[in-house]
Design a protein around this ligand. Structure first.
Ligand SMILES: C[S@@+](CC[C@H](N)C(=O)[O-])C[C@H]1O[C@@H](n2cnc3c(N)ncnc32)[C@H](O)[C@@H]1O
Length: 262
């Protein structure tokens, strides 16, 4: 039976308490540092300041990235992989940190959202992608190439993933689609492996890890987000699915988030 451990706290502190080389796959969706005075978004058809919360304002972004990535790499097993989401606001720093920490960069995956929010200002292109760095400690890492091909109807899977942004299950402002995590977890780990997420948010990684019969450790420092994640992960059930014959997991199982937490 898969085990789940959810930790309320600052990942820079809590990570230090986790055992060296103890996890098989890390998915991190860190603060992108995109909130602030000069960044705008659209809300009810009107331009508003883009503000995901105080947690998304990092003073020394590169130092922050180096610190948490270094600790993640310590707890990653030798054949494990780390997958890190971001946008242009944090990606140069994350890429640089991966190089500085001597990691092997395997792929930069572009997640294209065909239904991205339109732009009101007429001074740039509509941001409709996120990047996911995929890196490992050495060239001998675990990756299920055959499953990737199966998922892609028998053709080699490319590094361009076309997935719509989804309506959020919780009120968390930056909840990721479960479908994105399904791909990452199924391609980068085996049943019984341990998945780690240092910035758990609403618990998407934990929900999908549990569904796919993987152990999960997640850290979140916001008490409200932590509660949403805990409820969501606890409500999820492990499923006995034969992933070697990949079918879209999301379509098969859907457990609604309880209305009372909204
Ligand atoms: C981009 S969100 C993650 C969203 C998540 N992937 C999901 O699907 O809900 C980043 C999360 O990291 C949390 N966070 C920020 N700094 C943190 C820190 N130092 N330690 C732990 N959590 C942190 C924020 O509260 C936020 O919920």
């Amino acid at each position: 039976m898969a085990e789940t451990r959810l930790i309320l706290g600052d990942c820079l502190i809590e990570l230090r308490k986790l055992k060296t080389e103890s996890v098989d796959l890390i998915y991190a969706d860190p603060p992108y540092n995109l909130s602030g005075e000069s960044n705008l978004t659209v809300h009810s058809g009107k331009p508003v300041k883009l503000d995901k919360g105080e947690w998304d304002k990092i003073e020394n972004l590169h130092e922050f990235n180096i610190n948490w990535i270094r600790e993640c790499i310590r707890i990653l097993k030798p054949h494990g992989t780390i997958w890190i989401s971001g946008t242009l606001h944090n990606h140069p720093s994350v890429g640089m940190a991966l190089k500085q920490l001597d990691l092997w960069i395997i792929n930069d995956i572009v997640w294209y959202k065909p239904n991205a929010t339109p732009l009101l200002s007429r001074n740039r292109l509509v941001p409709s992608t996120e990047l996911i760095w995929l890196a490992s400690k050495n060239k001998n890492y675990y990756f299920d190439y055959n499953l990737a091909k199966k998922m892609n109807k028998g053709k080699q899977m490319r590094n361009l993933w076309i997935l719509n942004a989804k309506r959020h299950i919780t009120p968390h402002p930056t909840e990721k689609p479960e479908e994105l995590l399904e791909r990452i977890i199924l391609l980068g780990s085996k049943e019984g492996d341990t998945i780690f997420d240092p910035f758990m948010g609403s618990g998407t990684t934990g929900v999908v890890a549990k569904r796919c019969n993987r152990n999960f450790i997640g850290i979140e420092n916001n008490p409200q987000y932590f509660l949403w994640a805990k409820e969501r992960v606890n409500n999820e059930e492990e499923k006995n699915i034969d992933f070697s014959n990949f079918k879209k997991v999301e379509k098969q199982i859907r457990i609604p988030f309880s209305e009372k937490s909204r």
